[in-house]
Design a protein around this ligand. Sequence first.
Ligand SMILES: Cc1cc2nc3c(=O)[nH]c(=O)nc-3n(C[C@H](O)[C@H](O)[C@H](O)COP(=O)(O)O)c2cc1C
Length: 392
Amino acid sequence: MKDMKKNILLGITSSIAAYKVYELIRLYKKNNYNVKVILSENALNFVSPLVLETLCENEIYYKQFTPRTNVEHIGLVDWADIFIIAPISANTISKCANGIADNLLCSVFCAFLSTEKPVLFAPAMNTNMWNNPFIKENVEKLKKQNINFIDPQEGFLACGTNGCGRLADINIIYETTLKYLFQNKKNNNKKIIITMGGTKEAIDNVRCITNFSSGKMGRALCKWAYRLGYEVCCISTLPLENETYKTINVSTAQEMLKAVQENDFDYLIMAAAVCDFKVENKSEHKILKENIKNDFELKLTFNPDVIKTIAENKKENQKITGFCLADDDPVNCAKKKLQNKNLDFIVANEIKTALNTDKNKVTIIEKSGKIINIDLDTKDNIAKKILEVVCD
Ligand SMILES: Cc1cc2nc3c(=O)[nH]c(=O)nc-3n(C[C@H](O)[C@H](O)[C@H](O)COP(=O)(O)O)c2cc1C
């Protein structure tokens, strides 16, 4: 995708958390972003220029005054699509808030502030420093100038105490960077529900029937919906951790239906593989092998049809997208489903390319009958393309 190759300017200051940015740079690079690094000179005590240069595959910058042909701090501002300082120290926060530009990092910030491009700060420091009234005041001052903060987290700190001050989780910093790179402000007040994973139906209190859904498509949809600026509610059967959006954990089809009914949406995308059946003769207690002579029968009854039930009661402005997975001719199967369930869109995919894979190819069918084919691509890229069609 051509707009994936964005330029990220990463500032690093002299916090003990600086070692964590190696992983952040790797994440940016792995996902095809260009990275340039500027350090405060004090940060050289905490990270190695050689490692940084190797990871970001670019020269790194920290000298304010060197013989040069171009003016470094202006060139970097022009190059960057976003400027993120992670970790940002108490000292650099205060300098930035007061227009002090006594090193390259702060000079770049001074020049960056006059552009429309996003700036992100991820502070890390001892709890007492974070609670210092001058730091608080400076943070507020910066927020008023549209500097976006990724707040530090509670936890065990390098100084041996517990409290607020830990650098935010690297995945959260990564996802927030992408959100500020890609978000479309027109999506900001739009609510989207995405369901993911395979539902589970109990046989007894330890066993269940389920399916082979990995949740990869749903997860990719959630990530892109968040990055594009939607208010995301993910209803998942899989455990989720450190996500940047609201998550609700469910297990059965009935629970999934209830969770969707209890949350408002502009767009609903049902990427979850919902079990069509539940066990009617399920046991409250573990079924013991010793108590079974030869075999025993599970009696299956239909689950509620989650998407159909929601579509029957949908409001006029709401758009509902379903998924259809079939062995053969998924497009035909999807067309029938689209009509029977009164959906706005349906995404058809074949079991052999879709189930438990990292790549997929899909066909989106609109209510009007219009067909959009998306060729084989990563689920991540497919998710973005689906959202561009179904949430217009
Ligand atoms: C071992 C050590 C760890 C430090 N960790 C932090 C930190 O996590 N956050 C912070 O704001 N300052 C921390 N400091 C203090 C800063 O390094 C100091 O304020 C420095 O002047 C900041 O410079 P800079 O903002 O130009 O990088 C630490 C200092 C030392 C010696």
